[in-house]
Design a protein around this ligand. Structure first.
Ligand code: SF4
Length: 163
């Protein structure tokens, strides 16, 4: 966890993820999927969708998010099969959401372009791990987020949240 926390602050990681976000936006803009901001795709259990993220990206999102998530909220979200950052039907961390959220839309179209985009983004993130010798873990988002929030509150990679 500490290794991901440290790596998430590297300028090279920041630059690479920023470039991937721009690329994902470019591809999605060209395809124009219909997004009604219903929050359906963030409600994994009811939507039948699973978001998978690397440890590095999870810590990068955690570092960037303006609102720290408590482990109690993350645990409840995991149990419900919902993203802990979903606020009503909107993403509360839209600008810094994981790449997996940028390559999946309820409006699947033929589904192929989203699969291709998702694969490219993931390959680039895997390469980023290799280039900087960052430990690799690819895990389900709500599980990972619950672990990250617990570790944060235990002071594993940063100061504990004020009570
Ligand atoms: S990070 Fe935002 S877009 Fe991604 S699943 Fe959570 S609420 Fe939805």
């Amino acid at each position: 966890m500490r290794a991901w926390w440290s790596a998430s602050a590297l300028p090279a990681v920041e630059g690479a993820l920023g470039a991937l976000h721009e690329y994902a936006a470019h591809v999605a803009d060209a395809q124009r999927p219909v997004c009604l901001s219903s929050g359906k795709c963030c409600n994994f259990q009811s939507h039948g969708h699973m978001l998978v993220v690397t440890g590095l990206e999870a810590l990068w999102v955690w570092r960037q998010a303006a609102r720290p998530l408590r482990s109690s909220a993350a645990n409840a979200a995991q149990a419900a099969g919902v993203c802990g950052y979903l606020d009503g039907s909107l993403c509360s961390i839209h600008a810094v959401r994981p790449t997996g959220c940028r390559s999946y839309f309820c409006d699947r179209g033929d589904g192929q372009w989203q699969s291709t985009l998702s694969e490219r983004l993931h390959n680039s993130i895997t390469q980023l791990h290799d280039e900087h010798d960052i430990p690799y873990l690819y895990a389900e988002w709500t599980w990972l987020l619950a672990h990250v929030t617990r570790a944060h509150e235990q002071g594993v990679f940063s100061e504990p949240l004020p009570s």
